[in-house]
Design a binder for this molecule. Structure first.
Ligand SMILES: NC(=O)c1ccc[n+]([C@@H]2O[C@H](COP(=O)([O-])OP(=O)(O)OC[C@H]3O[C@@H](n4cnc5c(N)ncnc54)[C@H](O)[C@@H]3O)[C@@H](O)[C@H]2O)c1
Length: 438
């Protein structure tokens, strides 16, 4: 394919050189003439493992050249791959100026170029940037419709500086946010033959994936470092701890606990986080991530309360009460906390949880209810139907099959989904349904 690559920084020059070595005919474009000249001399404009040799090779064979002339590049290519910078503004917001400028420049040339070109954004940008900001610019300049007269895709980049050439040829994944199938096909063809799973998703999903990845990477590093500092203060070898931690592929380094849902609770996580943070504070170790986990959890619970408030309804149903499915353990159950908060705000509440019936509760659980939610007995309903009949708005905090099969579609109470119901995909487009975080 004939590809123009806009921006010859870290991402652009690695992408340009690697795509050229895959057999594509590549033109690199940059506003910085020094970078253009360096590439044309067969030299890398950035310092990276293997990039020097690769650029020398592909420039020598003619597979890669560079220019400052946007028109020349766009006229002679089927795909424009945009790799310009998206730095932070002083207030932390994303600077889209370079994206907007390059989009205008490409759009102006596309207006006079025949045939369908595909504009592919590789720069990191917030969800909505492509469809709400850049596509309108393209449509205005081209005088046509995206997905019809020209293609648009978002193809975020997951290479790590330092090993980016190696990562290009062995990527963790390829993500293609496609406006239409033809646009996605063009991007897929660019990387044909490379290993790793290819994910074809809507454009805003592709934009968001990059942020999910980088936020998680930062969180992981911060978590490991904070834990290291606490361990050190407590006289424990943090690397030994993490060796064992990492060996657990079931609960730790795994998909467990990584799907948005309701707040956590129970008799262990809150207690253990509190005592770990307390131990860190006593040892004068600052642990901002660890000490904000419980406040983050409390904010998440508050989101559910606010969703109920926003409906303006007063008669509320709640399915589920124990801290997780298949148990009657109510200690520090976030659903108990939710029920208590709604009850305290004067909502007319009915609760059903098949595992929790007051007559069956014993010992600590019974005592817990009696101290934390003394009015529970009046609020508990024996059947799913009783709650549905009572409620104008229902919070679903369980995937109990009896509850799932009874939930109405559009013609009953409003549903607030705390657990991502199995049919949430379909329900998301129905009126009267809202997901807690999806
Ligand atoms: N550096 C990384 O490891 C990395 C990894 C993944 C994603 N990203 C993302 O990729 C994007 C590019 O990052 P980078 O580190 O390569 O940036 P960079 O600053 O190194 O390079 C950007 C290049 O774009 C050029 N440019 C600006 N406006 C232009 C225009 N109108 N036409 C042509 N060229 C233009 C600049 O002169 C510069 O050479 C950013 O959105 C970044 O967040 C970077």
């Amino acid at each position: 394919m004939r590809v123009s690559v806009f921006g010859l920084g870290y991402v652009g020059c690695v992408s340009a050189a690697c795509l050229a070595s895959l057999g594509h005919e590549v033109i690199g474009v940059d506003v910085n003439q020094v970078k253009v000249d360096l590439v044309n001399d067969g030299k890398a404009p950035v310092v990276e493992e293997r990039i020097g040799g690769l650029i020398a090779e592909v420039v020598r064979t003619g597979a890669l050249r560079a220019t400052g002339d946007v028109r020349e590049a766009v006229m002679g290519s089927d795909v424009s791959l945009i790799c310009v910078g998206t730095p932070s503004e002083p207030n932390g917001s994303l600077c889209t100026t370079y994206l907007e400028r390059v989009t205008e420049q490409i759009g102006a040339v596309l207006a006079e170029r025949g045939g369908r070109q595909t504009v592919v954004y590789r720069s990191t940008m917030l969800p909505g940037t492509c469809l709400n900001l850049l596509v309108p610019i393209l449509e205005k300049f081209v005088g046509g419709t995206a997905g019809v007269d020209f293609g648009v895709a978002v193809n975020p980049e997951f290479l790590r500086e330092g090993t980016s050439v190696r990562d290009f040829f062995d990527p963790p994944k390829t993500v293609i946010g496609e406006l239409d199938a033809a646009s996605g096909d063009m991007v897929a063809a660019l990387y044909e033959g490379l290993p790793g799973e290819v994910f074809r998703v809507p454009v805003p999903t592709a934009e968001a994936i990059k942020y999910a990845d980088n936020a998680f990477h930062g969180l992981k590093i911060g978590f490991a470092n904070e834990l290291g500092a606490v361990c050190q203060a407590l006289g424990v070898d943090s690397h030994q701890v993490m060796d064992v931690f990492l060996a657990d592929r079931k609960l730790n380094v795994s998909p467990a606990y990584l799907r948005p849902g309701f707040a956590f609770g129970g008799s262990c996580l809150p207690k253990d986080l509190r005592s770990l943070v307390h131990a860190a504070q006593r040892a004068d170790v600052s642990v901002p991530i660890l000490s904000h986990v419980l406040p983050s959890n409390a904010d998440h619970l508050q989101r559910a309360v606010e969703l109920v408030e926003r409906t303006g309804k007063r008669r509320v149903g709640l399915f589920g009460l124990s801290f997780k499915p298949g148990t009657d353990d109510l200690r520090e159950s976030p659903l108990v906390e939710l029920a208590e908060r709604l009850h305290g705000k004067g909502y007319d509440l009915r609760i059903h949880d098949a595992n929790v019936s007051l007559s069956r509760l014993l010992g600590a659980n019974r005592e817990y209810i009696e101290t934390r939610l003394p009015h529970l007995a009046q609020l508990l309903a024996d059947s799913v139907g009783e709650v549905l009949e009572h409620a104008e708005v229902c919070l679903v905090g369980t995937k109990d099959p009896e509850v799932l099969s009874a939930l109405p579609h559009g013609d009953g109470p409003l549903l607030i989904d705390l657990v991502r119901l199995p049919d949430a995909d379909a329900r998301r487009t129905e009126p009267g349904y809202v997901g807690l975080a999806w």
